[in-house]
Design a binder for this molecule. Structure first.
Ligand code: ZN
Length: 588
């Protein structure tokens, strides 16, 4: 095994059995106890100076607690079959849960402070660096219960809604599929079957997708029970915590007003014909009268090119260099400092991620590189996250993580840089077409499709209020919302009625999906500004990333002239998609 392709976690701890790691857990716990002793029931009476000291202490604590947990996470992601890693990961999860409950009081006491003294603290210049953190906490004031109630809810959720999530995960991961490929019967995981949606053979694509969905249908009792429970749990949360609409808690956390989210969704819906236009064009490119929804990601005949990892690395770093030398240098630091785990292997986590660490620890990337163009694009994406985290390291711990609507900014922007760079260097029209199609399909998947998912989720929660939803009702909602996107441009295959049952976002995070739509359109808009302003845009963009989570999304974006509450802003993003489709048409 080439050791350069594995990440090096020794800068964190020498090994999972190192005494330094044991000490980190022990010291973390005793620091939490000391912090609790010092501040419990006293937060409301603190002066600005004293609160500043408490917040700094809280941050130091959070950083100290994060380090061993992040280390445990990385080791488990790299090899989940090792017993040592499993034990460490479980220990870390229980440690995190307990420490979280021990520290709950601090946030709650800030939330419950009287309005007048709180406002005085908020306006104190000493606390300016924490103003955003304090404001975000206070937004939940009328939705928060007492410490005892919060702690009980959190503890009981382990056997409540979280148990249903775990059941969903375990059953989904255990499903195996038998498919005949080129005369040979093969046993496959869900991830492998869904990867066949990119296979050149239309019959195989449809059979693979159908097999996958029918297996889910066989478990319809389980899946509809899990979905109903998640929805019932959420409606109880809304009631207990005084929320109106099912999306309100998510929107509050995202710091995006509900009418802005609604406008994002309506603008997306009014652009569905754009997606349909592309689907018709793709059918033409594939020589089909009409696409089935199993054909949407079909490759064009000429996109099977393979890249070595070294080639991929150079392509990504050079794409960033075309934007700025600093970005290229940050991108390359992952490879130079061995903070990337490159190749797939048994027991390693699937997919790809960038693990943002803390302001004093550099981020790590996990990839499953197999050498195709999508993998190269994934590197550009994850490296983008990494650059975002590294630029935000000038923030302190409580201000380090970007807010959700901005979390995918640098990643998607990086993919755009790579696509543009490849298009510019390419002379073969067929390859250009493939590149453009890949980009357009990506945009459709992160905007329109996520909008369909969000509408499904919204209806599921609203209709669950009227009573239990049967599997066939869930299927009907799913079919209707998807039908709006596909229109008569794409024929949905019959088993797709159960397409809702495998989307884990519905189970794990309420209304997460629209943040993809939001992020993609934001990036398209930023990219358009870059095209117009070139050099002068770079420092503005850099500052947006370096802001981390220190300000609201609206404040962070203001210097770029972006106003999310303006529906025209979302339309700008779709206009760029239209331009890409026009560019493709010229090559057809
Ligand atoms: Zn991402």
């Amino acid at each position: 095994m080439n050791s350069d392709l594995n990440w090096d976690t020794t800068p964190l701890y020498p090994s999972p059995s190192a005494p330094e790691l044991t000490r980190s857990f022990e010291e973390g716990a005793s620091q939490v106890a000391a912090f609790r002793e010092r501040y419990r029931s006293k937060v409301a009476g603190l002066s600005a100076e004293a609160l500043l000291e408490a917040l700094r202490g809280y941050e130091t604590l959070q950083e100290a607690l994060a380090k061993p947990q992040l280390y445990a996470y990385l080791l488990f992601a790299a090899d989940s079959e090792s017993d040592e890693n499993k034990r460490l990961s479980q220990k870390s999860a229980e440690f995190g849960n307990l420490m979280g409950r021990e520290l709950l009081f601090f946030d709650l006491e800030i939330i419950q402070m009287e309005e007048e003294p709180f406002q005085a603290l908020l306006n104190d210049l000493l606390l300016a660096p924490y103003r955003h953190f304090l404001e975000v906490l206070r937004k939940f004031k009328s939705h928060t219960l007492t410490e005892r109630e919060e702690s009980l809810l959190s503890q009981k959720s382990l056997t409540g809604v979280q148990a249903f999530c775990r059941l969903f995960d375990e059953v989904s991961a255990s499903l195996r599929y038998t498919l005949e490929i080129e005369g040979e019967k093969r046993e496959m995981t869900g991830e492998e079957v869904l990867a066949l949606l990119h296979h050149p053979d239309a019959e195989l694509r449809e059979r693979a997708f159908g097999t996958f969905l029918k297996r889910h249908e066989e478990h319809e009792i389980l899946f509809s029970a899990v979905f109903n429970n998640v929805a019932l749990d959420h409606s109880q949360e809304l009631e207990l915590r005084n929320y109106g609409h099912p999306m309100e808690p998510t929107n509050l956390g995202n710091e995006i007003p509900t009418p802005v989210v609604e406008s994002l969704m309506q603008v997306s819906e009014s652009n569905y014909p754009l997606a349909q236009e592309y689907f018709r064009l793709k059918a033409q490119l594939l020589g089909m009268p009409r696409l089935k929804n199993s054909d949407v990601y079909a490759p064009l005949s000429d996109s099977g090119r393979q890249y070595s990892f070294d080639e991929a690395r150079v392509m990504v770093v050079e794409a960033y260099r075309g934007f700025s030398a600093e970005f290229a240098q940050l991108a390359d630091s992952f490879f130079l400092e061995k903070r990337v785990d490159v190749l797939p292997r048994p027991g390693k986590s699937g997919g790809a991620f960038c693990m943002g660490m803390t302001p004093s620890l550099d981020p790590y990337l996990l990839l499953n590189f197999t050498g195709n163009l999508r993998d190269v694009s994934t590197i550009a994406h994850e490296v983008g996250h990494g650059i975002h985290f590294m630029l935000a390291q000038r923030q302190t711990m409580l201000n380090y993580h970007p807010p959700l609507p901005l979390a995918e900014t640098a990643s998607v922007f990086g993919e755009m840089l790579l696509t543009r760079q490849l298009l510019e260097n390419e002379t073969d029209n067929a390859v250009k077409r493939s590149l453009l199609c890949a980009k357009i399909e990506d945009i459709i998947a992160t905007t329109f499709r996520q909008n369909v998912l969000t509408r499904f989720e919204e209806r599921m929660h609203l209709e669950r209020k009227e009573g239990l939803l049967t599997a066939s009702q869930l299927c009907d909602i799913w079919w209707e919302e998807n039908g709006k996107l596909y229109g008569d441009a794409v024929q949905m295959i019959d088993p797709y009625r159960f397409g809702w049952s495998y989307i884990s976002h519905f189970i794990h995070a309420r209304f997460y999906c629209y943040s993809y739509t939001c992020a993609e359109l934001l990036v398209l808009s930023l990219y358009q500004r870059y095209l117009k302003q070139r050099e002068s845009f770079i420092p503005i963009y850099r500052d947006i990333l370096a802001d981390g989570g220190s300000r609201t999304p609206a404040e962070t974006l203001a210097p770029a002239g972006i106003v999310m509450s303006d529906p025209g802003f979302w339309q700008d993003g779709y206009d760029l998609l239209r331009d890409l489709i026009e560019e493709l048409k010229k090559l057809v």
